[in-house]
Design a protein around this ligand. Structure first.
Ligand code: GLU
Length: 432
């Protein structure tokens, strides 16, 4: 394991936006490739490739300066054949309708691969949270719910956190929803604080799910991981929890982690607690005195057995894929590898565990949160984790079987599995 500092280091910051706008095309193209392995009609494919409904709205906010300004919000409801629309809300300046559509389509497929009785949706607000004060953020969160009050609900469409949104924001949204509807309906939003009906284990669920997918996939393919060395690209909720859980769940050491600007590297393994503390105190990895400084691009090129992509879409693309040395790449974020990037990785023999599996732990525990809310009875974290592990291993097994049966890669197998599952419900409803 070593570092390769000589590779070209094209910045991914600039590519994320453009990659995001083409993510929708890539999802649709993948659907077409997968459909060729199924008995879907062209009309059914067309249905799956379009959102059922989408809304764009403005959220008025009074800034701390006294100035009033508008933030643009989106909600895309992609498909609800299998249950209420379900998906997170992202607060990020690169968000537009196309990105939100692509992510809503992925949610539909993800819930289907995990066999959750849910549909798919996604929401976004175009804003930069680092520039917003707490009162400004609260106004955006409450305004989002007000704008969508007739379109969300436990049996309609259930929002949750995503990039740059968190439990606190879900808490404000839950309160706004309950104040307006005058009903205690905790299942209308998931990823809530525990004291408002959140689920134990929800915060770590995506990272745990990604590691479960890795473990199960390794077992099925007869790969001996032996506590693999891991590099983690991304330091939000998913990346941070991968750091926390790598040793406990896989016996692994994490040798590198980065946020959007910079990272740290230590060949012998990072002192996880110290890195997390620095990040908690400083808000980023800048000036972190631990290990060597490393750029986000260099993290992608480390010679490690496992690279976990936990940041955002399009970070591995045509220009940098040849520099990826890892044997196994986990798509712990949504859509982190472009189609061209994927082709290059595959030609190098790299195995990609696709986002439809690797990123599905979060929504799976969101579903458990809804079950607990409906029963008004709460599970232990052990029970949550046990059910999550079970759901992940079932999903990995079904995608693995499908890949063997169709002779395809895991992504196409996951798409085909999901599309058949959603289509079965659409047919049963008489939609096609
Ligand atoms: N935002 C997460 C995702 O992309 C979680 C969604 C949810 O819990 O509904 O899967």
């Amino acid at each position: 394991m070593g570092r390769n500092r000589n590779m070209t280091t094209a910045s991914h910051n600039g590519t994320a936006g453009s990659a995001a706008s083409s993510l929708l095309d890539e999802v649709r193209t993948c659907m077409e490739s997968a459909a060729a392995h199924t008995d879907l009609t062209s009309f059914e494919l067309e249905w799956l490739q379009c959102p059922h409904k989408q809304v764009e709205f403005q959220i008025p906010v009074e800034l701390d300066s006294g100035k009033r300004t508008l933030f643009t919000g989106h909600r895309v409801q992609w498909n609800n054949a299998r249950g209420p629309y379900k998906g997170g809300i992202r607060f990020h300046p690169s968000q537009n309708r196309d990105t939100t559509q692509a992510l809503a389509a992925l949610m539909t497929l993800k819930t289907a691969v995990l066999d959750l009785p849910l549909g798919g949706a996604k929401g976004s607000v175009n804003c930069r949270t680092a520039n917003l004060s707490t009162p400004e953020l609260e106004q955006i969160s409450r305004g989002y719910v007000r704008a969508l009050i007739h379109d969300i609900g436990a049996d309609v469409d259930v929002p949750a956190p995503d990039m740059y949104t968190n439990e606190r924001i879900m808490g404000w949204m839950t309160d706004e929803y309950q104040q307006i509807t005058r009903r205690f309906q905790p299942g209308a939003i998931t990823g809530k604080p525990l004291c408002l009906g959140g689920s134990r284990g929800r915060r770590q669920a995506t990272a745990r799910g990604a590691f479960a997918a890795l473990r199960e996939m390794a077992a099925l393919s007869g790969t001996n991981l032996q506590g693999p060395v891991i590099a983690v690209h991304g330091f939000g909720n998913i990346g941070g929890n991968m750091l926390r859980l790598a040793e406990e769940l896989l016996g692994s050491r994490v040798v590198a982690v980065c946020d959007s600007k910079t990272g740290v590297f230590a060949a012998e393994g990072l002192p996880v607690q110290a890195v997390l503390e620095h990040r908690a105190q400083q808000g980023s990895l800048r000036h972190c005195p631990i290990g060597d400084t490393i750029s986000p691009e260099e993290v992608l090129q480390l010679e490690v057995p496992v690279l976990a992509l936990a940041s955002m879409e399009g970070v591995i693309h045509e220009a940098n894929a040849t520099g990826v040395a890892a044997r196994l790449v986990l798509e712990a974020a949504n859509g982190p590898i472009t189609k061209q990037g994927e082709r290059t990785l595959q030609s190098q023999g790299t195995v990609i565990i696709p986002d439809l599996l690797c990123n599905a732990g979060g929504v799976t525990v969101s579903y458990f949160e809804q079950i607990q809310n409906a029963a008004n009875r709460y599970w232990s974290v052990e029970k949550v984790n046990r059910h999550l592990d079970h759901a992940m291993s079932q999903a990995v097994q079904s995608v693995w079987d499908k890949a063997q049966q169709l002779h395809t890669d895991l992504r196409i197998a996951a798409y085909a599995t999901a599309m058949e599952t959603v289509t079965a419900a659409m047919r049963a409803r008489g939609w096609s």
